[in-house]
Design a protein around this ligand. Structure first.
Ligand code: DGL
Length: 275
């Protein structure tokens, strides 16, 4: 293998990033991808800034050892709590030619276009809500838009434990969607600002008014990556194009394979890594 080239790294705390990878592979099937889920330490959403930063940095360094030149944090929590530090404090010392990108910026660039009332609801993990990243980013592109945030701390554990289609999940879906709607009755667009949440889409739909636009990030991130690679030929040239995808998890492979297929829509053969 030409060491100058490597796969595109896709990272999430667990399974959620697979909803993003799926759309990226649909849009850009020609590239090689390495997916890493830090399942052993997920969820990240309830952890401190410092912990999410350290965990994410470790994973990014692992991707670099696999010869990835470009890593996408397909995780809102890691994008909110670790991306800026990694880009500004670590990359210049590790390798200034490597790139790490997140999912908050590409989503913020486009989300304002979906809303007629200019009132947008954000459903996310505690960590993403507390970071205020969406409020700060969306304001840059759509100063006229009002943002209402609701943390949904029980959703990721429900999904990671494969309980999201069961009856018990309805209680927490109702709880958080109602809490969001109560904040303002003009909300016409709701962003699923956690890459796990598309798995709950059916139930979320059932609990929001029928005309609410519910936005998942997969396609948005895929389009933004395609655009990025077009604009940055120096990075694009370093991305292997052999249509190969490898999956890694920090937890048990058997569990990952079984569960990941639900997120990815295909059977997966993952390998275990220790960090
Ligand atoms: N899927 C992640 C996100 O987008 C992280 C969820 C978690 O680990 O808490 O926020």
């Amino acid at each position: 293998m030409n060491k100058q080239q490597g796969a595109i790294g896709i990272f999430d705390s667990g399974y959620g990033g697979l909803t993003i990878l799926k759309e990226i592979v649909n849009k850009l099937p020609q590239y090689n991808y390495i997916y890493l889920g830090d399942n052993a330490r997920s969820p990240y959403g309830t952890r401190s800034f410092e912990t999410v930063y350290q965990y994410t940095l470790q994973c990014v360094e692992w991707f670099f050892k696999q010869n990835c030149h470009l890593v996408i944090l397909a995780c809102n929590t890691a994008s909110a709590k670790a991306l800026k530090n990694i880009q500004q404090k670590n990359l210049p010392f590790i390798d200034a030619d490597k790139r790490v990108l997140g999912v908050i910026r590409p989503t913020s660039e486009i989300i304002g276009n979906y809303s007629n009332t200019k009132h947008i609801g954000i459903l996310a993990t505690n960590g993403t809500v507390q970071s205020n990243s969406y409020v700060i980013e969306i304001e840059k592109f759509y100063p006229e838009v009002k943002i209402f945030q609701q943390a949904c701390p029980m959703w990721v554990p429900l999904i990671e434990n494969n309980e999201h289609e069961n009856k018990g999940a309805d209680f927490f879906v109702k709880e958080y969607t109602q809490a969001l709607l109560k904040q303002n009755d003009k909300i016409d667009t709701v962003l699923l600002a956690c890459t796990h949440y598309p798995l709950l889409l059916k139930k979320i739909k059932d609990h929001l008014p029928a005309d609410t636009k519910i936005i998942s990030q997969g396609e948005i991130v895929a389009n933004s990556l395609a655009n990025y690679l077009q604009r940055h030929t120096e990075i694009e040239m370093k991305c292997l194009k052999e249509h190969k995808i490898e999956f890694y998890t920090t937890d048990a492979v058997e569990d990952f394979n079984k569960h990941a297929a639900t997120f990815y829509g295909k059977n997966i053969n993952a390998r275990h890594i220790d960090l």
